[in-house]
Each structure stands twice: as structure tokens, then as C-alpha cells.
Design a protein. Structure first.
Length: 141
């Protein structure tokens, strides 16, 4: 398991809800479009996910969000994290940047609506199963 000091400095770390089917689908989509191998992942329920959230002074048990952490640079949550992630993809995904002009509070209001209902709309898993052998290199543990 990684400690905060051992995190890869050249990667952007996405913390996600490993129990949420919507979140797991989003992670698989990021893996698919991450042609430059920029991102690695950790579920918020994992030890390293909890350690990173603690390091960032975020109570992971009280948030319904994705966190994009760029070690030694910054971190982003909610809609800003999602938009920052999408900037690294080509094609259609670049069009999502038009949402940056919307006030962050408005974007996050929409984000929170989906996040609040994600288990009801998309179901909840008993455990995170994404770190399969073929994707193991993309996950911190």
C-alpha cells in the first residue's frame, strides 16, 4: 500500500465511490479514454483512498463526490473534478468544457442531485470489483 509520500508524482489520482455502479462505469470510461495514461484510481473506501482524503482534510464519509488529486499541485471535487478529467480526452469530451462558464455553484447543484440519488438510480455494489487483473496497474492499493 502507498503512503502519501509514495504516491506517483507524475499521475493524477481519481478517488471515487467504489460501491456506486455509476461511479464504476465512469472510471471504466476514463480508463478507456485515458490514452496518455495520466490517471490512476483509488476507491474512497480503500485504505489509500481514506489516507488521501484525510491528507486533503476531506471527510470522505460525508461527501458524495469524485476527487481529482494532483500530488503537489491541487485537488478538485464535484463538477470541477469531472470537467478537469474530461479536458484530457479528445473529440466529444472537449465539448464539455462549455460548462466551465456556468457558475460552479450551479454545476455542483446538478452534480449533487445525481450524487444524492446515485444508489437509487444506479444501484449500489457490495464491494469495489474494478481492480481486475487487466486493470490492476491503474489502481492504487
Amino acid at each position: 500500500m502507498y503512503t502519501i509520500d509514495q504516491l506517483p508524482k507524475n499521475k493524477k489520482i481519481i478517488l471515487f465511490d467504489g460501491l456506486c455502479k455509476l461511479c464504476n462505469s465512469a472510471v471504466l470510461r476514463v480508463v478507456k479514454y485515458d490514452k496518455k495514461n495520466i490517471f490512476v484510481f483509488a476507491s474512497l473506501q480503500s485504505d489509500i483512498g481514506k489516507n488521501i482524503a484525510d491528507y486533503l482534510n476531506i471527510d470522505a464519509s460525508k461527501i458524495d463526490t469524485i476527487i481529482l488529486f494532483e500530488p503537489q499541485v491541487a485537488y478538485y471535487i464535484k463538477s470541477t473534478a469531472a470537467l478537469k478529467i474530461a479536458t484530457h480526452f479528445g473529440g466529444f469530451w472537449k465539448l464539455l468544457q462549455v460548462f466551465v462558464v456556468l457558475p460552479e455553484s450551479f454545476r455542483n447543484m446538478l452534480y449533487d442531485l445525481v450524487a444524492k440519488n446515485r444508489y437509487k438510480w444506479f444501484e449500489k455494489k457490495e464491494s469495489c470489483v474494478l481492480a481486475s487483473l487487466t486493470l490492476k496497474h491503474k489502481f492504487l492499493d
